[in-house]
Design a protein around this ligand. Structure first.
Ligand code: ZN
Ligand code: ZN
Length: 81
């Protein structure tokens, strides 16, 4: 899962950074309540068209369903089936 917290200069503020596992596209969700709310960020990302897919037991984030499919196809080719 390509999500991490980018803490801001002010204590308790920052951004949750989400990176597309296929194309590297980046989306930042700001927070200022003292801690990053990943559940809320996930909801917001979904409303922007992002999707999560479990591939080989690992969660991946994608900026759109096309990226998810592309990544899945590439991954499948690598594995040879
Ligand atoms: Zn993408
Ligand atoms: Zn995309």
């Amino acid at each position: 899962m390509s999500k991490y917290t980018d803490w801001g200069m002010i204590h308790g503020e920052g951004e949750i950074v989400c990176e597309c596992d296929n194309c590297g596209n980046e989306e930042r969700i700001e927070f200022d309540e003292g801690y990053p709310d990943y559940k809320e960020a996930q909801k917001e990302l979904r409303s922007m068209g992002w999707v999560s897919r479990k591939i080989d037991g690992e969660w991946n984030d994608f900026c759109c369903p096309d990226c998810a499919n592309e990544y899945y196809q590439k991954h499948r080719k690598q594995r040879g089936y």
